[in-house]
Design a protein around this ligand. Structure first.
Ligand SMILES: Nc1ncnc2c1ncn2[C@@H]1O[C@H](COP(=O)(O)OP(=O)(O)O)[C@@H](O)[C@H]1O
Ligand SMILES: [Mg+2]
Length: 206
């Protein structure tokens, strides 16, 4: 794979979308071929799966179904867009990826993490991010930043969102080379300065 795969992770309201916008503008200014996508979604089939996942009418959805739908949406996105873009040498920015399933369905819901990773390898064709930014913020603070109607996952109890954060912290501790921990309570500019340093280092290595 010639391209660079960069993923953005963290709880709701941690600033993922904000930072992706800044990174995207920066890479475009540098005339880099950049592609931005979000999970779940990004292509037509996966966006349909997204609407099922986030629909507040689907409160009865079981943990296994939820996990597999996230993986199905991811599998289609990887096949249709991520893999071809990386092959062409593009820089792919993805709002959430496999770490989200480990954190939300694994640590949050209690789905077996080894199983998630095994299905994850199948769904992603083994494609892994070159670098992952984890924007860390405590759950109440992150959620308080959101001022739109909450979706099915966002409505879950604070104890759930706390487990998700602990899950992300565990992922970051386990893979410090790939996952860059960032204090998301800093200002947007401070956070972006840290992010850009990592991006510049990554670009220099190519
Ligand atoms: N560092 C920051 N400090 C304070 N507010 C922020 C910061 N980063 C983003 N926000 C605001 O918080 C809200 C959620 O940010 P967003 O980037 O959409 O988070 P996410 O995509 O992770 O849910 C937005 O209103 C955004 O303007
Ligand atoms: Mg967002």
């Amino acid at each position: 794979m010639k391209g660079i795969f960069i993923t953005f992770e963290g709880s709701e309201g941690s600033g993922k979308s904000t930072q992706i916008r800044l990174v995207r503008a920066y890479l475009k200014k540098k005339k880099k071929p950049v592609l931005f996508i979000r999970e779940p979604g990004g292509v037509r089939i996966s966006e349909k799966i997204r609407s099922i996942l986030l629909d507040v009418a689907n409160m009865k959805m079981g943990d296994e179904c939820e996990t597999l739908l996230y993986m199905a949406a991811r599998a289609q996105l990887v096949r249709e867009v991520v893999a071809p873009a990386l092959k062409k040498g593009k820089i792919v920015l993805c709002d959430r990826f496999l770490d989200s399933t480990v954190a939300y369905q694994g640590y949050g819901n209690g789905v077996d993490i080894a199983t998630i990773k095994r299905i994850g390898r199948f769904a992603t064709c083994g494609i892994r991010p070159d670098i992952t930014f984890f924007f860390d913020i405590d759950a109440p603070k992150g959620l308080s930043r959101i001022n739109r109607p909450k979706d099915r996952i966002e409505r879950r109890a604070m104890s759930y969102h706390n487990r998700v954060r602990q899950g992300y912290l565990a992922i970051a501790r386990r893979e410090p080379g790939r996952v860059k921990w960032i204090d998301a309570t800093q200002s947007k500019d401070e956070i972006y300065a840290a992010v850009q340093q990592h991006i510049d280092r990554l670009l220099q290595g190519r």
